[in-house]
Design a protein around this ligand. Structure first.
Ligand code: SF4
Length: 216
């Protein structure tokens, strides 16, 4: 007869659907960020998507909409995907931290970077998403996402441009910049940053479509 622990393992995230995970995450209180946010913003996209893209956290618009990647950075990301020839339906998109962290400045809610303990607390949900989606490549957009995915801080310029093989699961990792960095860039830098992000996304999708995808 199965013991209690094996029954618990049998209902692990690998056996749960994305909808079940999202419903569970909606009630998450594992860190304090749920207190001031409107709602949990869980990932979106199909189970079995070849590429899973991780951003930092939902922004003001995503917090209100309850969907990831629908604000200004998300719209830019869609444009860059199109430039890279990648269909958004091939992606599962999510964030390292699933509640909006902000401070009030007048009537505005200003984004705050999640800290290390919040990233660690929320990693349970990213792990669960990886278990269910089973992507071939994970793309980490920016330093917070890279820290969550890899479990340690990295310098983006030192690790981008290759497919990393660091995870204890059969998936490659591509680290690149977050589209919000492109939005914030000077006019002189914006075009090159946009092109380099598209190049990294192409690299990731090419790796996802080949068997021997890992090069770094
Ligand atoms: S940010 Fe993540 S860990 Fe913190 S309460 Fe929200 S879902 Fe839970």
């Amino acid at each position: 007869m199965a013991d209690v622990s094996s029954k618990v393992r049998a209902t692990s995230s690998a056996r749960r659907s994305l909808a079940q995970l999202a419903a569970e995450a909606a009630g998450c209180t594992a860190c304090d960020l749920y207190r001031d946010a409107t709602q949990t913003v869980f990932g979106a996209g199909p189970q079995g998507a070849p590429m899973l893209v991780v951003g930092e956290q939902p922004g003001d618009i995503e917090d209100q909409a309850g969907e990831p990647f629908v604000g200004p950075a998300g719209r830019l990301f869609d444009e860059i995907l199109e430039e890279a020839g990648i269909d958004r339906s091939d992606l599962y998109v999510t964030n390292a931290v699933k509640h909006f962290k902000w401070v009030a400045r007048g009537k505005r809610r200003i984004h705050q970077k999640p800290n290390a303990s919040e990233i660690v607390a929320c990693h349970r949900w990213l792990d669960a998403e990886l278990d269910v989606v089973q992507p071939r490549v994970v793309v980490a957009l920016g330093a917070t996402a890279a820290r969550s995915v890899l479990g340690h801080p990295v310098t983006i310029r030192e690790v981008r441009g290759k497919v990393l093989d660091e995870l204890d699961r059969d998936v490659g990792v591509v680290v690149t910049i977050h589209p919000s960095a492109v939005l914030r860039a000077d006019d002189a830098d914006r075009r090159a940053m946009r092109t380099s992000l598209a190049d990294d996304l192409r690299l990731a999708m090419a790796a996802a479509r080949t068997t021997g995808r890992r090069t770094g």
